[in-house]
Design a protein around this ligand. Sequence first.
Ligand SMILES: [Mg+2]
Length: 281
Amino acid sequence: MPDTPDIPDSLRENLYVAVEALVEHDGLLVALDFDGTLAAIENRPEDATIPGPAREAIVALAAEPNVEVAVVSGRELADVRERVGVPDISYAGNHGLEIHADEYEVHPTASEAEETIAHLCDLLAHQLADVDGVIVENKGVTATVHYRLVADDAVPTVVNAVETLATPRDDVRLTTGKNVLELRPAVEWDKGEAVRELYDRLVPDDRQWLPVYVGDDTTDEAAFSLLDDRGLGVKVGDDPGTEAPYRVADPEAVRAILSWLSEYGVEFLQTDHHAVPVGGA
Ligand SMILES: [Mg+2]
């Protein structure tokens, strides 16, 4: 084993599991959440940026043969792609309702919902105009209401307004995350479906690639559940109650895992590329 001083303790403890999983596969699909996973959570979503070393780690990993990297975010696809700043990897935006893997596609029911979402955003912006700190973000096929900056005693006003609008409708569903409420079209779709779709599109039909998913929030649980024991789920942070079997502390630890994968981990994949006889001439 090469000396790898840079890896987080949680990976060091599970290094055998990681190596064993890599050895059993001939490629690697690494799917990553953005906020709280690649970038630190900021009070204002527009302030979230990916550190340079994390971007470089993604570029290095994506350049490896038989490896695909995808970012799977609740953000609008164009927004998260610009923030990551690596144009030639795959992206799933709006929890996968928008996917760009080779080509861009929007879930058909979701694209029909854009007018409804815009209408609801207008109503909420009007109703919540007097609440300091609330941000109503129209993301095209979904909307996010951010209340991280709202005073505690005003949060129920925000929640009530969104619930009152969403609950009676059968074309919209309401989901929650860290200090956010999200309005989505009533399509059975989540980050798990997004990862399944990315795997189908990116992994050659006759290959067995190892799917890895890294995320920090409740919406990432769908991806952890999908992977189950077929891949490696990594939860970022110490929120209780996750389906992910592994944990790391923060985005810097995620960056360290990405660097370890590109520098060392990929060498364990059973690809033709690495099929060199041991002790050969
Ligand atoms: Mg997140």
